[in-house]
Write a protein of this length. Structure first.
Length: 307
């Protein structure tokens, strides 16, 4: 119990304090979230990803293993969420929003800072987390959009805009420089380090500010079963996959903890953009983030015991 309390105080509480700061700031001064989000996605996140991948020592076969894990994990989650939705006899729109709340988890604003604290900035752990983050982002803005709206020319163009984002190119460039052992001038590395160090604080403040804009309804709903799937069933499925794949050590711990993240804010963003049960999507984001303060502590503790 003392170990779990220590995890709560040293890992989870700092994240929630920073998130609370963003919440309070948004309520008091009304931050420009669109500008802040663009700054984060186009400047701080690329700098963060570049810095972590450039310093990482990640073998190609390990990269492929993480990709395989992610694909199997998402398929398994989809099967569970889809089966529950069918048993509830939901309409297609609500079914999609609820399923998305399970499939899209917060690997960035929540997962990256958590990984940084748990593994004390270990480059291997963060590299694995960044791979999951990248895969999750690509998945969210491809399947996530197509699942809600039928494919039209305008949406395809919007989807292609994702590949104009600097995140992908920062990742590719970092991998090329890393594997070819190409040194970076000190003045450039200092700049990248500043950007990387700023990302975690900006991401958590942004998460809190986004939550502050959510209109909440705390009445009990059968939809909350999807929070249970995201926070409890998800890590259980991940554990089975990790064991079947024979993964161990830091990589296994990273993937196990990453699987326990709450629902991504992006699931709410997509639902709002296409007017597909946006209030429900927003509530699931908030409630899963709130309950993760307990479930994530348990998963981190189990990761120490199992791996």
């Amino acid at each position: 119990m003392s170990e779990m309390l220590n995890i709560l105080l040293t890992v989870v509480v700092p994240i929630f304090l920073m998130t609370a700061l963003g919440y309070v700031l948004q309520k008091r001064v009304k931050l420009d979230l669109r500008t802040l989000a663009k700054l984060n996605i186009n400047v701080f996140v690329p700098g963060f990803i570049f810095a972590k991948f450039y310093k990482a020592e990640l073998a190609v076969n390990l990269l492929l293993l993480i990709i395989v894990f992610f694909v199997i994990y998402i398929i398994a989650l989809y099967i569970v969420a889809f089966a529950i939705a069918k048993m509830q006899n939901l309409d297609k729109g609500k079914e999609t929003t609820l399923t998305n709340s399970v499939l899209f988890f917060n690997s960035g604003n929540y997962g990256a800072p958590l990984n940084d604290i748990v593994f004390k900035s270990d480059p291997l752990a963060m590299s694995a987390q960044v791979i999951v983050l990248t895969l999750q982002n690509v998945f969210t803005f491809t399947y996530g959009v197509f699942a809600i709206q039928s494919v039209q020319l305008g949406k395809l163009k919007a989807l292609l805009n994702y590949f104009k984002m600097p995140i992908i190119y920062a990742l590719v460039l970092a991998i090329i420089l890393n594997y070819n052992h190409i040194p970076i001038p000190e003045f450039m590395w200092t700049t990248v380090s500043y950007l990387s160090d700023a990302m975690i604080a900006i991401a958590l403040i942004l998460l809190g500010a986004q939550i502050a804009n959510i209109k909440l309804n705390f009445k009990w709903s059968s939809s909350y079963i999807y929070i249970f799937i995201r926070l409890v069933v998800g890590p259980a499925i991940a554990l089975v996959i990790i064991k079947c794949m024979g993964l161990d050590g830091i990589i296994a711990q990273t993937l196990f903890i990453a699987s326990a993240m709450p629902t991504s804010v992006n699931s709410s963003v997509i639902a709002q953009e296409y007017d597909n049960y946006p209030a429900l999507a927003a509530e699931l984001v908030f409630m899963s983030t709130l309950f993760s303060s307990i479930s994530v502590v348990v998963v981190i503790y189990l990761s120490y015991l199992i791996f």
